[in-house]
Write a protein that binds this ligand. Sequence first.
Ligand code: AMX
Length: 435
Amino acid sequence: MGIIKDRFKAKADEANVEIKAILKEHGSKKIGEVTLAQIYQGMRGITGLVTETSLLDPQEGIRFRGYTIPELQEKLPKAEGGSEPLPEGLFYLMLIGELPTAADVNEVTDILQRRSHVPNHVFATIDALPLSTHPMTMFVVGIMALQTESCFSKQYAKGMNKKDYWSATFDDSMDLIARLPRIAAYIYRRKYKNNEHIHPDGLLDWSSNLAHMMGYDDESFYELMRLYMTIHADHEGGNVSAHTTHLVGSALGDAYQSFAAGMNGLAGPLHGLANQEVIKWIFEMRKELGSDNPSKEQIVDYVQKTLSAGKVVPGYGHAVLRKTDPRFTAQMEFGKKHMADDPLVQTVWNIYEAVPPILQSLGKIKNPWPNVDAHSGALLVHYGLVEYEFYTVLFGVSRALGVLASLCWDRALGFALERPKSVTSELVKDWINGK
Ligand code: AMX
């Protein structure tokens, strides 16, 4: 781990010098204005955070350190015989800011293998929950049980120097990322596969080891996991899971506490839980229509019904994006390559044709196009992973790569406690009345 950690430190030292100089010379530069509507409506469009790992363009979608998803698919190292990027490479890119070589990616894989041991009390803690518990709750409880292992918390209690925060956060982040596949797979096998567990395979990469421990040993499923873990990893800093992780970390919560908080955010249906909601919604539609292959007209009627019931169409819309999410497109391409005849995948594509004009016609929805969650479940179902309540856990394992790389940067750049100002509506009325 030494080499990557040293490289990170060198990059962070450079960035610190640069940011200090920028702030000294331009610290008072105005970068925007805030309207009343924005503070009442979820702070959309207010630039208020620095996140180094990725940047979201409303038209183009996500870029990780400047690279789009198709560019990553081309440039990041692949597994032998595979054509999807290894997410270990994306993690390296987000952390170091440069494309990794194949050797760099191997080193990340090795580090994650070496640090993947999960202590028994974590499994015992998960086992204490009723089997009916939602997998995301089990996941968060498992992460919190693992917090006993935090280097940051132990060193802070001993009186750590501020200058060393980054190092303990780096170690915790690596450990946590290494251990998440085991925890996720444990939850899956406990809840859905009769509590029969599968040992990790020390020769596999991070994503295929997760697939293997869940019981999916198929080269094309491994490829799906590599793609899935890459595209869900990061979506700049303001989304609920990234922002929450950053916020909790700003109070010097360790990586376990910060990430668990972020995962509670991901578990909301307007954010990461949307991936389970999409498949649930499609399964309900199929059941109601008595058909596994609903026509476009039937889909249109079902969408209208969903909207009339005062519900959202899951998988559509976005707070920042204004075009089809390139993460949706990447999954559609995967579907065309590996399972073009699958009726569920075809239904997802028919929904893609049917939904946007309907949402657009309502006039109030800023983005009628699909997001990442509109497609992911159908690909998983194709391989037999039908237990949709588990899907957000997979999203969460991937999201660790981005938010924990960011947390390392937060501590390395010495970012401050986050504490924006809030006001009451009484004060707002006073402002309006010029008091
Ligand atoms: N179906 C129905 N109504 C929708 C809608 C959808 N898919 N998307 C937005 N709307 C509605 C909003 O609820 C809001 O209605 P209101 O004025 O009556 O409250 C109105 O359109 C305006 O919303 P917006 O400005 O376009 O979106 P937003 O920034 O407030 O919300 C999001 C964004 C994602 C929460 C919203 O589009 C939504 O609820 N989508 C469905 C859930 C979903 O797919 N979430 C996953 C997002 C990606 C992710 O984080 N994983």
